[in-house]
Design a protein around this ligand. Structure first.
Ligand SMILES: Cc1ncc(C[n+]2csc(CCOP(=O)(O)OP(=O)(O)O)c2C)c(N)n1
Ligand SMILES: [Mg+2]
Length: 624
């Protein structure tokens, strides 16, 4: 069959399927694109010729945002289905780098198809070509290598066959998956070749569920049986595996409490008796106290980042040991854990059987049950609205409280950066396994709106909320146009506090005195401490085609959120938030986060912050 390389690739991608637990779905459900030279006549022409059944096309506004949308889609689809993203050469391609890093860090499959400069080089340099004096074979696309789990460049037509097969193998491999990049030189895309028919046969890629090794399982079971104060730390791997029921069964059988990372929050509903909430720097007092005292930590499907371990200060019991239940040996060995390399669902089921009869001491269970309900009280306190508050602008926690009163298990909340991830991790009551969608592997400002589009496409009919700070909104609002164009009725809630409040607070804590974090005019001393800026983000959202509701008070906001929830077109709720006093605000951090402070400084704030830093850093432990 005679086709161009681009036509062959599009045809091939439309016929790849994944299968797990007897369910089959298309691997690449659609392709996002922005055209320019480098893909317009190659992949662009191929998509046109293929038509929407063979490969649906989605028009984006910004390449990074298209990757975010693909990530949102893939995460919502349990990593079994994703999108491809095609770009022009040069800036279109390098705009992918942030999205690729986000996908790879969060272990979410996306297929990136950047155009590349000519393989045949008839007229170097072409527009947007990087010329590197020491290496003729480098292009800007090589910036995608470190952020891709797999990278290839198709410099001859026949090389597409092994390259495309390897790309799909990595995308569908639950350990290796992440951003997969196939760089496509623009001349090669348009070249014709005679392809074997079998290349285009429908191909089903089984997504495996490896079972644990017997020796590792026996060692893990012995460790559980020997523990008095065990704790499970559940991460995003539980969700990717669909292991929520297995985790609940394990917790029910053993009474072991379950703390959750950002990616893991929701794997048990908030009202499950073993769920003790977020762990680490943004965690609950319940989870962090359990972590400090735990003699065994079962790290299940987690990368164990510094937020989770409170920068290596959280697990303070001298006798603490770890079990690393993870598909990826890289993660399974962290903190010198006893590895239990397995799919989360299989691993939890087999471990439950292997520890049959074991249950934690009833005193331990009732102690953490008591701590749980105390924390619930703190959430209620942060959410509380007094009669006087009704006429005031809401605090950020009150915004979450109003949403808490409005949503059911079908709603999905998306956030990635600012002060919201911390508040959400501490406070949010996740009602369903996929309600809480906080991207905290890369914590990338600007993920929220495009990701909401991807999630909305993956979960039609469900209310999808992008919660964004004002800084985050300004970073990347343009995909609103795409939501309008595609009719995806996302709900964007803008929480305007006139700047980077989270970083302002952090700066204050580490001796930076809030430097450069407020959105204000310059004052006479050149600092940004002048008048507030005359910026109208609500008008901005309206200008991009959204329905916009402005909410000045708590009372307005309650109505606005309800209206947005039932809206059938993309709707924005804009509110300016009020800084709460320390008594009525959300609980402070329950554990440390290591942000190094100046070791020498003339300003008093930094010198004081350094003393505190040294005190905290002394708590660091190496688990060997
Ligand atoms: C792309 C990107 N740039 C910078 C940062 C560092 N950063 C984290 S939060 C933040 C400020 C976010 O401001 P806003 O969205 O207004 O939320 P707020 O902190 O005010 O709650 C910054 C700059 C980031 N996470 N992502
Ligand atoms: Mg802000």
């Amino acid at each position: 069959m005679r086709l161009t390389v681009a036509q062959a690739l599009v045809r091939f991608l439309g016929r790849q399927y994944t299968e797990r637990d007897g369910q089959r779905q298309r691997l690449i459900a659609a392709t996002w694109g922005i055209f320019g030279h480098g893909n317009v006549a190659g992949i662009g022409q191929a998509l046109l010729e293929a038509g929407p059944d063979a490969m649906p096309f989605l028009q984006g506004r910004n390449e990074q945002a298209m990757v975010h949308a693909a990530v949102g889609y893939a995460r919502q689809r349990g990593r079994l289905s994703t999108h491809a993203v095609t770009t022009s050469i040069g800036p279109g391609a390098t705009n992918l780098v942030t999205g690729a890093a986000l996908a790879t860090i969060n272990r979410i499959p996306v297929l990136l198809l950047p155009g590349d400069t000519f393989a045949t080089r008839p007229a170097d340099p072409v527009l947007q070509q990087l010329e590197v004096p020491y290496a003729g074979d480098l292009s800007v696309n090589d910036t995608l290598r470190p952020v891709s789990r797999h990278f290839d460049r198709i410099t001859r037509p026949e090389a597409l066959i092994p390259a495309a097969l390897q790309a799909v193998r990595v995308l569908t491999d639950p350990v290796q998956t992440g951003a997969v990049t196939l760089a496509l030189p623009q001349d090669v895309q348009a070249q014709a070749h005679d392809w074997p028919e079998e290349f285009f046969a429908e191909r089903v890629w089984g997504v495996r569920r490896p079972r644990p090794d017997r020796t590792e399982l026996a060692a893990a079971a012995a460790a559980v049986r020997g523990s008095a104060r065990p704790l499970i730390v559940a991460g995003g791997g539980i969700r990717h595996s669909g292991a929520e029921a297995a985790l609940a069964a394990f917790a029910d059988a053993t009474g072991i409490p379950v703390a959750v990372t950002q990616a893991g929050k929701g794997v048990l509903p908030y009202d499950h008796p073993a769920e003790v909430g977020g762990i680490g720097h943004t965690g609950t007092a319940t989870a962090d106290e359990l972590a400090r005292e735990a003699d065994l930590v079962i790290a299940a499907g987690t990368r164990l980042t510094d937020f989770t371990t409170a920068s290596a200060t959280l697990f303070q019991n001298p006798a603490v040991r770890f079990i690393g239940l993870n598909l990826d040996p890289y993660d399974a060995h962290k903190l010198a854990a006893r590895p239990l390399v397995a799919d989360a669902r299989e691993g939890l089921d087999e471990l439950r059987e292997a520890v049959a009869g074991y249950r934690v001491d009833p005193a331990y269970e009732s102690a953490y049950a008591g701590r749980r309900s105390a924390w619930e009280g703190r959430v209620d306190h942060a959410y509380a609205v007094s009669a006087a508050d009704e006429e005031l602008p809401p605090t950020q926690a009150q915004v979450l409280g109003l949403l808490d009163g409005l949503v059911d298990g079908t709603d999905i909340l998306i956030n990635a950066a600012g002060s919201l991830p911390g508040d959400l991790h501490k406070l949010w009551r996740a009602r369903s396994a996929d309600q809480y969608h906080v991207e905290y592997g890369y914590s990338c400002m600007g993920y929220e709106i495009p990701a909401a589009i991807g999630v909305g496409m993956a979960a039609p009919g469900r209310p999808v909320w992008a919660l964004v700070g004002d800084g985050t909104y300004l970073m990347n609002p343009t995909e609103i146009v795409t939501a309008v164009q595609e009719g995806v009725p996302i709900k964007v809630v803008i929480l305007d506090n006139h700047g980077y409040a989270s970083i302002g607070g952090l700066s204050g804590a580490v001796g930076g005195e809030g430097f450069g974090t407020g959105y204000r005019f310059r004052a006479p001393d050149a600092s940004y401490t002048g008048d507030p800026l005359p910026v109208d983000l609500a008008a901005n959202a309206a200008s991009l085609g959204m329905a916009v509701i402005r909410a000045r008070t708590v009372r307005d906001l309650r109505e606005a959120l309800a209206e947005a929830r039932s809206a059938t077109r993309p709707t924005c709720v804009y509110t300016q938030t009020r800084t709460p006093d320390t008594v009525s605000g959300p609980p402070p951090a329950q554990a440390w986060w290591d942000v190094p402070v100046a070791e020498t400084a003339t300003r008093k704030a930094a010198a004081q912050a350094r003393e505190e830093y040294d005190r905290q850093a002394a708590q660091r432990r190496r688990h060997l």
